[in-house]
Structure formats: C-alpha cells, structure tokens
Design a protein around this ligand. Structure first.
Ligand code: MN3
Length: 247
C-alpha cells in the first residue's frame, strides 16, 4: 500500500472514530482524541505489511515455523525498533524505500539497520509465492527477455545469482537490480539495500533473497545452498516483472 493511501486510511479511521466519539462524548473529548491520535501517528509511522499468504503456504520450500518467526519476531522487531527511535532526521513524506535513499554514512546505525530490515523484508514477502505442487517456475514477458539479454540465458543468470548468494560472508541479501536500464546481480551486507547511497551497486530491486541464517536455519541448518536452490521454486515472477516494468 502506498504511504498516501495508508495515510488516507489511517485518517479515515480516525475521522470515523472521532465522529463516534463526538456523538458519545462531545466536542472537548473529540479534540483530545484528535490530539492523541496525531501524537500516535507521529511516534509510530512504520507499519507491518500484511503477509500475502499463510505462514505454511511456502511449504515444503520454507517451513511454517521459520516463516512465523521471521515475520512476527524478526520483521516486527525492525518495525518496533524504528518506531522507538526518536528524531531520525528522515523526510517522512515519501515511501519507506525512498527513505532509504536519504541515508548516508553519517546516519544512525539503528535507523540504517532497522529501516533496511523493514524495507527488505516488506519486499521479500511480496517476491515469494506458494508453489505446493512444485510446478515449473520461470519468468516471462519483458523481464524474461531482459534476463536473457543481460545474462545470456536464464540458466546462466540462475547460476550467477545462486553463486553470489552462496558467497555472501555472514548475513546479507542477494539482489537482482535494475541499474541504468540494465539488470545486475549484487549483494549487500547486514540490512543494507541497493536504494542506499553507500551500497556497492545502486538501483531498483527486482528480486531479493534474504541470506540471514534466521531465514533458513531451522529447516536447512548450515546448508545454505539447498535453501537457495529451493527458493527458485517460490519466486513471485509476476511481482518481479512488475518491479522491472515500473522502472
Ligand atoms: Mn530476514
């Protein structure tokens, strides 16, 4: 949901509540409620996105317990931490992804890690989709053409992406990004992402793969390669295509 739409809905809800409160409590109470709601909005501007499927929907590739902990504990913690961090010096009138572009090397590490964590996971969830029968899962359309143009073939792309993801030392993310009209594979450490100015490669993410151990350890333990190989079955190529064609 866009920030504008989210704001609109939030304000709509508050107006509805205010109207009810006004009828029940009178105008003074209404003003108090408005004041409290404005304060709430200013201290808690980051919101968890709804997971677009059930925790067990990505089985057998990503198990239910991993998904539940990943979403309700890890992602929620990034959002909570962000909302608990005062005075972030961010311009809040833009999307969360655009807020990442405002960061520089002098920015607070807490904001960098948790804003990155929030944006990366929000993207990651939408780039996954259930495939319980293990049907072939390949890109199509413009994105497929661009992959072939930039990497020779889908198989070459898959190999290069998997290698880059396998080689990440410690925790990080593997990305397919669009940079000056070209597709590129890149990685970031920790919760950095290619929106950030100080990333090795900057661009618009088209695919995102979480390589933190919390994303796979319960099911795969040290076998990161198996997690990566299985991830190809549950990529939401339709969403990737959307990100690519939006450019
Ligand atoms: Mn994660």
């Amino acid at each position: 949901m866009s920030d504008n739409r989210r704001d609109f809905l939030k304000k709509g809800t508050l107006l509805g509540l205010s109207g009810l409160a006004s009828a029940l409590l009178g105008k003074d109470k209404l003003n108090q409620i408005e004041e409290v709601s404005n304060q709430l909005e200013s201290v808690a501007p980051f919101i968890m996105p709804k997971l677009p499927y059930a925790f067990d929907a990505l089985e057998p590739y990503i198990d239910k317990q991993t998904m539940e902990i990943h979403y309700t504990k890890h992602h929620q913690a990034y959002v909570n931490k962000l909302n608990d961090t005062p005075s972030t010096n961010l311009d809040f009138g833009v999307s969360d992804a655009a807020k990442c572009k405002q960061l520089d090397t002098t920015s607070s590490t807490v904001v960098r890690n948790n804003l990155g964590g929030h944006v990366n996971h929000s993207l990651f969830w939408t780039l996954l989709k259930p495939n319980p029968k293990g049907e072939p899962n390949l890109p199509s359309g413009e994105l497929n053409e661009a992959i072939k143009k930039n990497f020779n073939s889908f198989d070459d792309f898959k190999k290069q992406f998997s290698e880059a993801a396998t080689k990440i030392f410690g925790s990080g993310w593997c990305w397919l990004i669009l940079q000056d009209g070209k597709l590129k594979i890149t990685t970031t450490p920790n919760q950095d992402n290619p929106y950030m100015k100080f990333a090795t490669e900057q661009g618009t993410p088209v695919l995102a793969l979480d390589i933190w151990e919390h994303a796979y350890y319960l099911k795969y333990q040290n076998k990161r390669v198996d997690y990566i190989n299985n991830w190809w079955n549950i990529i939401n190529w339709q969403k990737a295509e959307e990100l690519y064609t939006k450019k």
